[in-house]
Design a protein around this ligand. Structure first.
Ligand SMILES: Nc1nc2c(ncn2[C@@H]2O[C@H](COP(=O)(O)OP(=O)(O)OP(=O)(O)O)[C@@H](O)[C@H]2O)c(=O)[nH]1
Ligand SMILES: [Mg+2]
Length: 276
């Protein structure tokens, strides 16, 4: 659908990881946009889906709850895929909640001709491409038009409230999402255990643990003679270096934590609990 890609494109910074696999975003991610017009605090949410694990249940309930909390809800759908039953249902819920809302068809770069969904007020409908940037300026303007004046909550240079450790863990997970398949990417959680800047060496030292659910998945993540974990480290390190503006030493470990996606305590300790 491209919610996270859209947020990154609007902010012109990477605050949320992106992948072609479903259920990439697991928590609510705040992105802060500041311009002369004012400040918008965006909240990128997990996608609404049919959950199979407790993790998924939390993801969906967070997404639904944030619909009720936001001043304006932007409902994003895939222009190439088209308007579906689920989106129609969400739109009905938004109307019932009497929420200010806009509907965005993303991936304009993939479609030739597209009409707004049946029964939708056209002034609320935007065709954009997070990939090319088409339509984003108009969308941001429309959001500003719907917002009431209020205090500026964050300093203008801030783009997210996530600590660097959290973003680093997410960038490791993103590398795994890109490099692995089937159930593996969904069975992975990453926790950064050490994150420090060594001034003498001008080096950021990061130690992170990759959790998987089964020994077979651990084997896949490590790869033949460590080839996969090396690739993961290389990809993640390049992304983390962009964020910290120093060289990065990234030390990755892989541990099995059976059924962590269904365990409340583990979800909580990984920052994926119901209220996190
Ligand atoms: N062609 C094209 N692809 C896009 C565009 N926006 C996003 N994508 C791709 O769509 C896929 C999903 O993007 P995400 O931003 O991760 O989607 P999401 O809605 O955040 O997904 P979840 O977090 O899993 O709910 C990625 O492969 C993106 O590169 C776009 O405007 N055009
Ligand atoms: Mg996302």
């Amino acid at each position: 659908m491209g919610k996270s890609t859209l947020l990154n494109a609007i902010l012109e910074e990477k605050v949320a990881i992106v992948s072609s696999k479903p259920q990439t975003t697991r928590t609510l991610i705040r992105g802060i946009y500041t311009s002369e017009a004012g400040q918008i605090i965006f909240v990128d949410t997990p996608g609404i889906h049919k959950p199979r694990y407790r993790l998924g249940e939390h993801m969906v309930s967070k997404a639904r709850r944030s619909m009720g909390d936001a001043d304006v809800v932007v409902l994003v759908y895939d222009a190439a895929w088209g308007w579906s039953e689920e989106e129609a249902e969400l739109l009905t819920a938004l109307k019932r909640l009497d929420r200010k809302h806009l509907v965005v068809a993303n991936k304009a770069d993939l479609v030739r001709e597209i009409r707004p969904p049946e029964g939708l007020d056209e002034t609320r409908w935007f065709l954009v491409s997070a990939r090319t940037g088409e339509g984003l300026e108009e969308l941001v303007k429309a959001i500003f038009d719907l917002l009431e004046p209020g205090p500026m909550y964050y300093p203008p240079e801030m783009v997210t409230d996530q600590p660097e450790q959290v973003v680093a863990a997410e960038l490791v997970r993103e590398a795994i999402l890109h490099l692995t398949h089937d159930e593996v990417p969904h069975s992975v959680a990453v926790e950064v255990e050490e994150f420090r800047y060594d001034e003498k060496k001008d080096l950021t030292v990061i130690r992170a643990t990759i959790y998987v659910e089964r020994a077979s998945q651990r084997k896949i993540i490590i790869g033949h003679r460590g080839s996969m974990i090396k690739e993961i480290g290389k990809l993640a390190r390049a992304e983390i270096e962009k964020m910290v503006a120093s060289k990065v030493f990234l030390d990755l470990w892989v541990k099995v934590k059976e059924k962590w996606r269904d365990r409340e305590g583990t979800l909580q300790s990984l920052g994926l609990g119901a209220d996190q």
